[in-house]
Design a protein around this ligand. Structure first.
Ligand SMILES: NC(=O)c1ccc[n+]([C@@H]2O[C@H](COP(=O)([O-])OP(=O)(O)OC[C@H]3O[C@@H](n4cnc5c(N)ncnc54)[C@H](O)[C@@H]3O)[C@@H](O)[C@H]2O)c1
Length: 609
């Protein structure tokens, strides 16, 4: 038979199969399972047409029987992770007939669903599809296409999450609170968010989000539309019937570097005054060791004053998300740290986080103190890596080495790794600076001299000043920076966020404007926040156009690594600046290429051209 004849026959065969299916001769796996009254069955979708054996596939099935018993029975094991086990068993079983492709998971209407495409070879007349159903789980299959010798089917595994749903109250709707709330609601929980800032609550209730975080607004809107996410300023309302209350308020630095726990204390007391049922109180804010005990003490004081006989269990559950990638970090966390001495609280937290830990067990249960310390240790380790590479970059500049090559050279060692060793303008943001300070404070209070952490902070301070000093030095022979204009790209402390807390741009702008330089700055999303920060500084202008800032400026500095700065129109930049002078605080470009483009180019830890 030629290929053409074979193709024509396949087409005819497929058409025949589809007609037979339409006439009801090809039955779904569910129908077959129902016939056999098998609640847990590995049933067969049958192409029950005499003519099919002869005409469609040209031969009879061998070794498979033909009486509807070929499928292997599959039992969904009981207990934790039964769903995953069932899936892997079904997966292993599929090797008999074919392989799964396009495995996808989603949550909708209280069902956690995995769909997979099974392309079966050698299936002839019988396609084995797993079917199972009870109130918690549905497993179903559907024939999609038939094209000899392959049959494509969709297998749908659904886990009803309704009975796992919880009612949550999230207190503080900033980066951590709002992201947590949206993600918990996405997984079917009912979440009420509380914030003392009425304007923020009003905005959220109007369907928009007050912070920039990719994908967050859409997720919040989904949660609101499904009635699983709501916002209020009324704590008692949010606590009514809640299983858990999450504390997600800010914990900024006090002038002495210690952590300001005023907001946490205030919330703890408010919870004690308002709760009407026993409650698990989860501390997600980053707080010093011992805070869970303090929160429990404050709640107990309020409960005792009310003589209501209620009790609260306090859990430490620090958050590790990164702004700019917060949703992905929350949905697929590296780990979920749960600090508790209560078995019941640990079980509740396991259930709550189960949808975020499907691939492996990610829940690390430890004491509250260890959990609190883990968060500080993680952030301080990351800050240490940043200060380390920045110090190496400073040495590279003096000794004629290139930090880009050095980074590649050390990052390839798996003990070191490539992450968090990008030289730049120093760490900023709402976490690292205050958390390093807070741990220094904790160490000192505990009688440990924090030699390393002090150095990490000192290096970071120097690094944040470094570009401003370099600009000052450059203009010194030309009468200094006074009266000159610097164009600035990037104000946020890093890309993909509008957060300007402790941003390097603030140190640089303040240093240069204190010395009389004008700064004209652009950021894709942080402009509004910057306007608020610099509203008293007449030398700062926040401009909406990336290239407009360059017009008539003496130099351009890149301070944030936004994608849109990675490959700009250099000719346009050159034509707008009064001289082709480029300071790159993020090492986005190659010194050789910048020299070719005709720029005087300064970057971090690499050759100046
Ligand atoms: N931002 C991050 O990337 C990040 C990551 C991990 C951990 N953390 C930690 O999480 C905590 C929160 O950080 P954030 O960045 O989300 O803060 P944020 O400043 O963005 O938000 C805090 C919110 O809490 C609200 N609030 C203050 N007091 C309140 C009260 N009594 N009742 C209700 N709401 C109140 C504020 O109005 C604000 O909206 C901090 O401890 C921080 O260190 C932050």
């Amino acid at each position: 038979m030629t290929d053409g004849e074979q193709g024509a026959r396949d087409a005819e065969g497929t058409g025949t199969f589809v007609r037979l299916a339409q006439q009801g001769h090809v039955r779904s796996a569910e129908a077959v399972a129902a016939d056999f009254n098998m609640p847990w069955a590995y049933a067969l979708a049958e192409a029950r047409a005499e003519s099919l054996d002869g005409r469609l596939f040209g031969r009879k099935p061998s070794g498979q029987g033909g009486n509807g018993t070929a499928g292997r029975r599959i039992q969904l094991p009981a207990g934790e992770n039964s769903f995953q086990k069932a899936l892997s068993e079904a997966h292993a079983n599929s090797f008999k007939t074919g392989k799964f492709h396009n495995v996808r998971a989603k949550t909708q209407n209280h069902f956690f669903t995995i769909t997979a495409e099974l392309a079966c070879r050698r299936v002839f007349t019988y396609v084995a599809l797993p079917v199972a159903q009870n109130k918690d789980t549905r497993v179903a299959g559907e024939i999609l296409t038939v094209s000899r010798p392959r049959v494509k089917v969709w297998l749908t595994f659904e886990k009803n999450t309704e009975n796992l749903r919880m009612k949550l109250c999230i207190i503080g709707t900033g980066y951590v609170g709002l992201v947590s709330a949206a993600c918990f609601a996405e997984m079917g929980n009912t979440v009420t968010c509380i914030d003392v800032n009425a304007a923020v609550v009003e905005k959220l209730n109007a369907g928009s989000v007050h912070i920039f975080e990719p994908g967050l607004e859409e997720m919040v809107q989904r949660g609101r539309a499904d009635g699983r996410l709501r916002f209020t300023t009324n704590l008692a309302d949010g606590l009514a019937g809640a299983d858990c209350a999450f504390i997600c308020v800010g914990t900024p630095s006090l002038p002495d570097g210690s952590c300001n726990l005023d907001y946490v204390r205030g919330v703890a007391r408010d919870i004690g005054r308002s709760m009407q049922t026993n409650l698990i109180v989860v501390d997600k804010s980053t707080v010093p060791v011992g805070t869970a005990d303090m929160v429990r003490g404050l709640i107990e004081e309020e409960l005792a004053a009310r003589q209501c006989g209620l009790a609260a269990t306090v859990v430490s559950n620090p958050e590790f998300l990164k702004e700019g990638a917060a949703l992905a970090d929350f949905i697929k966390p590296d780990r979920v740290v749960v600090g508790t001495d209560s078995d019941r609280a640990a079980t509740v937290m396991r259930e709550l986080y189960a949808p975020f830990a499907r691939t492996r067990d990610k829940i690390l249960v430890m004491t509250p103190r260890s959990a609190e310390m883990t968060k500080y240790a993680a952030n301080c380790m990351l800050a240490t890596k940043i200060s380390f590479i920045n110090e190496i970059a400073a040495i590279c500049e003096r000794v004629g080495a290139d930090v880009r090559d050095v980074r590649a050279g050390i990052g390839s060692d798996t003990r070191i790794g490539y992450q968090f060793i990008y030289p730049g303008l120093g760490y900023g943001g709402s976490c690292f600076p205050k958390d390093v300070k807070a741990l220094i404070h904790t160490a000192a209070e505990a009688g440990v001299e924090p030699l390393l952490l002090n150095a990490v902070e000192a290096v970071n301070f120097r690094q944040k000043q470094s570009m401003a000093l370099r600009i000052e030095e450059y203009f010194a022979p030309q009468g200094g920076v006074r009266g000159k204009t610097l164009a600035l790209w990037g104000l946020a402390f890093k890309a993909n966020t509008d957060d300007m807390r402790e941003a390097a741009s603030i140190s640089i702008i303040s240093h240069l404007t204190d010395r009389g330089m004008k700064v004209r700055a652009f950021d894709p999303v942080a402009g509004e926040n910057a306007r608020r920060i610099f509203k008293e500084n007449r030398l700062v202008e926040i401009v909406n156009g990336q290239y407009d800032v360059c017009d008539g400026a003496q130099a351009l500095l890149v301070a944030t690594e936004w994608n849109q700065f990675r490959n700009p129109d250099f000719e346009r930049v050159k034509s707008l600046l009064t001289s082709p002078l480029f300071f790159d605080g993020r090492n986005l470009y190659s010194p050789a290429a910048m020299a070719e483009r005709g720029f005087a180019y300064f970057c971090v830890g690499r050759k100046t051209v």
